[in-house]
Design a protein around this ligand. Sequence first.
Ligand code: SAH
Length: 255
Amino acid sequence: MKEVRAKKFLGQHFLTDEVIARRIVDSLCLQSKVLEIGAGMGVLTKYLIDQTDDFKIVEIDGESVEYLNANFPMLKDKIIEGDFLKISLNDLFNGQHFSLIGNFPYNISNLILFKVFENKFLIDEVVGMFQKEVAERVVAASGSKTYGILSVLLSAFYDTEYIFTVSNQVFNPPPKVQSAVIRLKRNNVTDLGVKEEDFVRVVKTAFNQRRKMLRQSLKPLQKSLANVEEKFLTLRPEQLSTQDFIILTKEIYND
Ligand code: SAH
């Protein structure tokens, strides 16, 4: 069977290094139920098959789906031909929790991560490859230059970990940038103590003008900041931890 022709608009960069492929799959801590995003020619999938029976694939590219079906007959009934961003995750494993794995299409990395955030009560773990810059943003701690909206939102519900860097030379075609594998593991937080939508709004509004002090950048919320501690008002958003953002949200909205 001929190989899949890489399509740039689908973010297709096929991993060619088997050692790295195995290492990514081995980085999963929970291997009971797994959803793979974008299996391509199955470089990760073939190791996943060894680990669990209970996995599914969502792959948007018809040519890849055809390739997978032809080369991995055991994948029959496990492949959903569709867009990860559009499918409902609730019914995938009969409402049960699962892990997400993939060498993710880089053009939709942020959207994938926001979907993880929205589905945190279903997704217990994420192991996957992103462009290095996105990986660094996810795991960044407060105070670092790369710290931003995704770092704060995701770390409210996940412990994040940078696992290893991957050279662009192990892909076909090679992407322009380096990649990195990260792991997100669900922490035990179920309730932030504030409305989640308020928390998200505060974080996004603050980072919208990341060079300004919060006193200024939070103005678009059109809420009184009278109950907000003075120490927060003179800080810039990257100086606040996730916990600080939760406290800040409380001070703004739970008056
Ligand atoms: N896992 C393979 C392929 C990685 S490239 C490997 O490591 O070699 C990214 C894959 O994601 C491609 O197969 C691409 O077709 C698929 N993809 C792109 N956008 C997608 C989407 N919205 N939903 C599901 N799969 C997608």
